[in-house]
Design a binder for this molecule. Structure first.
Ligand SMILES: C[S@@+](CC[C@H](N)C(=O)[O-])C[C@H]1O[C@@H](n2cnc3c(N)ncnc32)[C@H](O)[C@@H]1O
Length: 283
């Protein structure tokens, strides 16, 4: 039984880091004319109403996208991301927030494609309702950890996979590693972007995850982390990271510039930290 619902967390600081990084990656793919495929192993529902009771209960988006949206003119590199948000909001009021599959759908070109996986019975229905009308999109009601390697190799050579589980279960960390390992065996040129939370010391598995991914990366592994609070002792997510396997050329410098601005706008008191670093250097 899956209990995690992303609507509680849509648009929070972790979503902003994830979706801003995703947008940079998609723009890089679009620099070449050849088609590519976007894969999302844990898609969620695709679009979230920030006024509904789940989002209102936590108010997390207020400290994430709502804070950033007013500074959007400072981010020319994220034009596509902000246009995707504007597409669902008729004025300056932020009511709807697009999830990763919808941001990708709006950024992709006519000859690109999307393969989206989601296991939750309600979320898959939301995903179908929100994205099902687009013929570039394939939607799969299945376990994304198995589904990602299962769908590979693709008919197109170029592609980007986002792996974004809820980490509701501790086993999710090992499941990510297994899924990436099997996927790389079938598709070692793909770009893999793994999101992970940074948690209180006792619950944090981010270092373990990175050490496992380090051993799998065929070419390189780049990590971008942003926290907005100091690490708590017992409970809570103070930040998150994106681990990118086969990171494209110059993504590191772009992410460095991006994260220093994000940190300034999302954490003006500088309670947290940001860093961009190679775990496996490009050869
Ligand atoms: C963090 S949310 C995804 C958010 C989305 N990627 C975005 O950025 O908008 C994680 C999603 O994974 C789904 N999920 C949980 N376990 C799964 C599994 N084994 N396979 C596929 N989806 C799963 C949950 O229902 C939830 O919708």
């Amino acid at each position: 039984m899956l209990s995690y619902r992303h609507s509680f967390h849509a648009g929070n600081h972790a979503d902003v880091l994830k979706h801003a990084t995703l947008s940079l990656l998609l723009e890089k793919f679009k620099q070449k004319a050849k088609p590519f495929c976007y894969l999302d192993s844990h898609s969620g529902g695709g679009l979230y109403d920030l006024h509904d009771e789940t989002a209102q209960k936590t108010g997390e988006y207020i400290h994430g996208i709502q804070k950033l949206y007013q500074h959007r003119q400072d981010y020319p590199e994220l034009t596509g991301y902000f246009e995707a948000i504007a597409h669902h909001n008729s004025d300056d009021q932020l009511r709807y927030y697009p999830g990763s599959p919808e941001i990708a759908r709006l950024l992709l070109r006519d000859h690109d494609s999307l393969q989206l996986m989601e296991l939750h019975n309600t979320e898959i229905e939301n995903l179908r309702n929100n994205l099902g009308g687009d013929e570039r999109v394939g939607i799969h009601h299945r376990n994304g950890f198995e589904g990602l390697p299962g769908i590979l190799p693709l008919p197109v050579k170029r592609g980007l996979a986002l792996i974004d589980p809820s980490y509701e279960l501790k086993q999710d960390y090992a499941a990510v590693v297994k899924s990436v390992k099997q996927s790389i065996k079938r598709w070692n040129t793909g770009v893999y972007a793994v999101w992970y939370p940074m948690l209180a010391a006792e619950r944090d598995h981010s270092q373990w995850l990175l050490s496992q991914l380090e051993a799998l990366a065929p070419k390189n592994l780049l990590v971008a982390e942003l926290s907005v609070e100091p690490q708590a002792q017992d409970f809570g997510m103070h930040g998150s990271g994106m681990a990118i396997i086969n990171a494209p050329y110059q993504l590191d410098t772009q992410l460095q510039a991006l994260l220093s601005k994000l940190h300034q706008h999302l954490d003006p008191q500088q309670n947290g930290e940001q860093s961009v670093r190679w775990i496996v250097q490009p050869g």
